[in-house]
Design a protein around this ligand. Structure first.
Ligand code: ZN
Length: 192
């Protein structure tokens, strides 16, 4: 009996450790959350669709380091490190730099490439496409349609109906659960 308890305790401890490890791994010090670190980001909005133009210097001041690295320096997070890679909650993914809605969870699929993958953006204007010939490859870069943050790349080996695979850095994604968005909507909706 004591032995079983000990094993259980050890198991729990190692699970907890794994949990906190993966959390640390996917987010460094400042994971952008809808209402914490974004308070100091004056352009962050889930509803304002006006274009954002800001100097790199100002971006650096308001974005967490890991987001700045991806968004403004076109960095790439290490594969398999994003908490969104195998994430299956229903909801909406927003640009972590400016709050622009980018993807719906029902267009997300398991590509096995190591980064969160989608087959279709939320709307045509939510994304900008730019040819990228760096690293000896011909790729198409995808950027946020509102603030031009680097998001990742799009490839033509995705599933139907689009046949596209938007391979996106998880660091540049903010997620809001469908239920939360609905609650927000109902709160803002005038009473009938
Ligand atoms: Zn953006």
């Amino acid at each position: 009996m004591i032995k079983t308890r000990l094993i259980l305790a050890l198991l729990t401890a190692s699970l907890l450790q794994q949990c906190s490890y993966s959390q640390d791994n996917s987010s460094t010090t400042n994971t952008p959350k809808m209402d914490s670190s974004n308070k100091k980001n004056p352009v962050y909005s889930n509803s304002d669709s006006s274009k954002v133009t800001m100097s790199e210097e100002d971006w650096k001041k308001i974005l967490p380091e890991d987001v700045y690295y991806i968004a403004r320096q076109k960095g790439t997070e290490r594969p398999w490190t994003s908490k969104f890679e195998n994430f299956k909650e229903k909801g909406t993914y927003y640009c972590a730099a400016c709050g622009n809605a980018l993807f719906q969870s029902d267009t997300k699929f398991e590509s096995g490439c190591g980064w969160p993958s989608f087959y279709q953006p939320i709307s045509k204007s939510s994304i900008i496409y730019t040819p990228d010939n760096t690293h000896g490859m011909e790729r198409t870069e995808v950027q946020c349609g509102r603030c031009k943050a680097h998001l990742g790349h799009v490839f033509e080996d995705g599933p139907p109906p689009t046949g596209l695979r938007y391979c996106i850095n998880g660091v540049i994604l903010d997620f809001a659960k469908a239920k939360d968005a609905e609650k927000q909507y109902n709160k803002e909706k005038p009473q009938q």
